[in-house]
Design a protein around this ligand. Structure first.
Ligand SMILES: [Zn+2]
Length: 241
């Protein structure tokens, strides 16, 4: 037993309290929260109080993607589920910052900090990764989720999925960021579906994004273009690599 007047007793007691507190953190209940988004039927699951800002950005992304696709004739899914989960993304290959899991019907994205660490030079589209680019990345994945429920074909091509996702990502991005990305791009817009290539997308996704966005912008009937993508017109078999 420690006597109150001995200085080392106070030290022992202090260390015991610190140890007890750290044990409480270690074995205490894991943090888990759901953010129900405003203005869109979506929910963001996250597992650290530090991620509440990322969760709010994810909600903004879901709303922007749903509004854009809804305005372009898509049925917006009844509910969009998003999880901020670094571990789940790590199980994918190196370059994955987010995925849409069709089986789970869930969008899974890394946290903003984890994305920044994972990106080469901390940049996306050649710009320093920031909250706006994080929001655009989530919008891309949410677009995959909404598109999956709207395809008129059973097995849409990866190109078809990515066309819609990148159009949504750039169309819903803050103009200040989008203008910088388009200004620094050294590629021209695709002029037809037949020019689009999975190989090119894999090798240079940022340039692919700019090229499909240019194709979309140039269309006289943009809703018809997206409808054609949903109908399977942009298929693997139409590709000339
Ligand atoms: Zn994608």
């Amino acid at each position: 037993m420690c006597a109150e007047l001995r200085p080392w007793c106070a030290e022992v007691r202090k260390r015991a309290l610190v140890l007890a507190a750290s044990l409480l953190v270690a074995v205490g209940p894991a943090f888990a929260a759901d953010l129900v988004c405003e203005g869109v039927d979506a929910r963001v699951r996250y597992d650290s109080a530090d991620l509440v800002i990322d969760a709010r950005l994810a909600c903004q992304a879901a709303r922007a993607a749903a509004d854009f696709l809804g305005d372009h004739g898509f049925d917006v899914r009844p509910s969009i589920e998003i999880a901020i989960d670094n571990e789940a993304c790590k199980h994918q290959h190196d370059r994955v910052l987010g995925i849409f899991s069709g089986r789970e019907e869930e969008v899974i994205v890394m946290s903003q900090d984890a994305c920044r660490r994972a990106l080469a030079n901390g940049t996306l589209f050649g710009l320093p990764f920031d909250a706006e680019l994080y929001r655009s990345l989530v919008a891309h994945e949410v677009a995959h989720a909404i598109a999956a429920a709207n395809f008129a074909v059973n097995h849409p091509s990866r190109l078809a999925h990515e066309y819609i996702a990148y159009v949504v990502q750039l169309a819903t991005m803050a103009p200040r960021h989008r203008d910088r990305i388009l200004a620094r791009a050294k590629v021209h817009a695709y002029t037809s579906f037949s020019e689009m290539s999975e190989t090119y997308h894999s090798l240079s996704p940022a340039d692919f994004a700019v090229k499909v966005y240019g194709h979309f912008l140039a269309a006289t009937d943009r809703i018809a273009v997206l409808r054609a993508v949903l109908a399977g017109r942009l298929s693997r078999s139409s590709v000339r690599n």
